[in-house]
Design a protein around this ligand. Structure first.
Ligand SMILES: Cc1ncc(COP(=O)(O)O)c(C=O)c1O
Length: 393
């Protein structure tokens, strides 16, 4: 089929929930994808960080192939070695606790809200989140999401949620009351425009939550799994959360998500209080185990840190050339370039040049190259981005 025929199929049969670029992707390898006409693109936003190790990482592909001939699914009423082993590996790399497996970021956050409510009992049910945050599209997680535009039309929204300005200590002190059971925060707001939490703020939240027996939840759906040069972004801050949600890179391309909860909390969930039919399937678990193995064996945390610094420096050289670049920010390979103009035209221009990027909050270019990216890819990406900028002068 040709590009326009495939787009026609979507227009006829697929619900129009996404703003789409007119690109039909046929295959991917590493930091590259190819469209059905064979044109190559450098992908600096691989599947919203799902393909965080690059497309079709050989460890992930090999693990999936091996598993395909064994079992595709094991009901969660039985045991499977892979799920237990993955939970152990996640805990070993994060903080002491237990894991609940699901399939998407929203589901992991939904599980966090439910676990917090069970732990808090009937009188403590309120969760506080941040303005400009993004936590998912289910009714509860979009209520948690601190952006009005995502909630419009879906009222009445569930009760027990409140948002406060991000990085604002006073706002938290004022918002918390006897009903508050949890505070959820992204350490770098992704969809919100690559806004980095300050160390002072996060360390305050930790002290404040511990003092008041409020649960501190980090949504690491986008920041987790090496993206910022550490396995989890919270490891830059010198403190631990009570819960953490993960997804995206966790499966290296295969759908999986996880909620990790400290040991004191985890057994609040008992049989029947929460579940997910597909959660932690053998295929998902082998993919995720392969992701951990690849990060470790190929020194990808160090690569993310080094390549992140290199990309940051190269972006700074562009800032000197183009006055419409206002700021470059982020940690590791999670970077944002804030413009004083609309970013969509630049994203479209870059796509024509052969570079895939994202724009969020209208004016922030979001750049999340795979953790496997090298200097040559970055030099090429900067060259293509510059061409995209020049075409818009
Ligand atoms: C920080 C964060 N949390 C949650 C989600 C929701 O994940 P999903 O779309 O897999 O439900 C996203 C998705 O972009 C995200 O970036």
């Amino acid at each position: 089929m040709k590009t326009d025929e495939i787009i026609k199929l979507y227009n006829e049969y697929v619900m129009p929930t996404y703003l789409k670029s007119p690109l039909v992707i046929a295959r991917g390898k590493g930091a590259r994808v190819w469209d059905i006409e064979g044109k190559e693109y450098l992908d600096f936003f691989p599947g919203w960080a799902v393909s965080g190790l690059g497309h079709c990482h050989p460890f992930v592909v090999k693990a999936l192939k091996r598993q395909l001939s064994k079992t595709l699914h094991v009901s969660n009423n039985f045991y499977n070695e892979l799920q237990g082993e993955l939970a152990r590996v996640i805990i070993k790399n994060s903080f002491d606790g237990k894991v609940f497996f699901a399939n998407s970021g929203a589901e992991a956050n939904e599980a966090a809200i439910k676990l917090a409510r069970l732990y808090g009992g009937p009188d403590r049910f309120e969760t506080i989140s941040m303005e400009n945050s993004f936590h998912g599209r289910t009714l509860a997680t979009l209520t948690l999401t601190g952006q009005e535009k995502h909630r419009q039309g879906f009222e009445p929204l569930p009760e027990g949620f409140r948002t406060v300005p991000f990085n604002d200590i006073k706002a938290i002190e004022e918002a918390v009351n006897e009903k508050t059971i949890a505070i959820i925060v992204e350490l770098i707001q992704g969809e919100g425009g690559i806004n980095v939490a300050s160390k002072e703020y996060i360390r305050f939240l930790r002290r404040f939550c511990s003092k008041k027996d409020i649960l501190l939840i980090f949504d690491e759906v986008q920041t987790g799994m090496g993206r910022t040069g550490k396995m989890f972004c919270f490891q830059h801050f010198g403190i631990e959360p009570d819960m953490m949600s993960l997804s995206k890179t966790l499966g290296g391309g295969f759908p999986i998500s996880a909620l990790i909860a400290k040991r004191k909390l985890a057994d609040t969930f008992t049989p029947g209080t929460h579940a997910s039919t597909f959660g932690g399937s053998p295929l998902a678990c082998v993919s995720s185990l392969a992701v951990f193995e690849a990060i470790k064996n190929n020194d990808l945390l160090l690569n993310a840190e080094n390549m992140g610094e290199y990309l940051f420096e190269r972006l700074k050289t562009l800032k000197e050339k183009f006055s419409f670049i206002k700021e470059i920010r982020g940690i590791g390979l999670m970077l944002g370039v804030e413009l004083s103009r609309q970013g969509k035209l630049i994203v479209d221009a870059c796509m024509k040049e052969g570079l895939l990027l994202n724009c969020t909050q209208d004016k922030v270019l979001r750049i999340l190259p795979p953790l496997t990216v090298n200097k040559k890819d970055i030099d090429e990406g900067i060259r293509l981005l510059e061409k995209g900028f020049l075409s818009q002068l």
